[in-house]
Design a protein around this ligand. Sequence first.
Ligand SMILES: [Fe+2]
Length: 349
Amino acid sequence: MANDHAPTRTSERQAFYDRIVPANLAPLWEQLHNLVTQAPVPKCLPTVWHYRDVRPHLMQSGSLITAQEATRRVLMLMNPGLGGQASITGSLFAGLQLIMPGEVAPAHRHTASALRFIVEGRGAYTAVDGERTTMEPGDFVITPSWTWHDHGNDTQEPMVWLDGLDVQIVNLLNASFAEGYPDEIQPVTRPEGDSFARYGNNLLPIDWKPEAKTSPVFNYPYARTREALAALARNGAPDSYHGHKLRYVNPASGEFAMPTIATFVQLLPGGFASLPYRATDGTVFVCVEGEGETRVEDTVLTWGQHDIFVVPSWSSHTHHTRRESVLFSFSDRAVQEKLGLWREARGNA
Ligand SMILES: [Fe+2]
């Protein structure tokens, strides 16, 4: 049976605990209840970042520092429960990145994987391993582990996207490497759309064998995603817990598109109220279209277009929409499933 508190700390026991400190020892029974909890105890708090509040700060950062000097001009989304850690959930990083017209975020690579979910602006590019992709609102773009990437904005408008990274997972394992590219911009070696043509149409090159665990499709355009969601909504009733929900997949394996971060998109009809649901993956949501609220235990998170909110691990929640809404989301479920840890519960169980 699991202990939910530590045994009595007598003076004799305390003296013993003090004696063994210099030997780099400590009694497990003093900490067992905190280490092996009966259910997840997330420090992450349910929180919403309204884009109308965040955007002015982000634009001010645009005149404070260049993308070149900052390397990446990002305002991190700091979960107020996580005590200043660069984290939005217990395991994942999120930030809003701004690139002003004419700017370049210089090429580099790192073992941490990143996703970009485009919020505002259209026409700037991300280059990954020699291929550029033009980004539009709602596109989901991947920069896989250890691939060279740079971003540039040749348009007249600021461009903003949400960055999601597994850097906290990589650092937990002390497996972080990073380096800068010798030049600011990597050379373009393949025409735009090349990887989508090869891997993005339910077709794969005949002799191609995957060399990486990340999807070879590095831009999942919103136009295609939205079309799929619209067809699902036309063709059947929504799931009571998720509405019409899809996961982004690696076409070479059927697994999640990224090895560490699971990504999803869901359409919730107008006036929809989902049934209570919880899972062990703390999840970051972005409202792409629509408006509504998500009730996480005693907290109500209201959201509209471009707002970002987080539901902590194992927190029962329901979604309520005022009109048809689309939510993009990401979590560490990809890691948890590989480790056999992921659990979900539907209803009030
Ligand atoms: Fe990067």
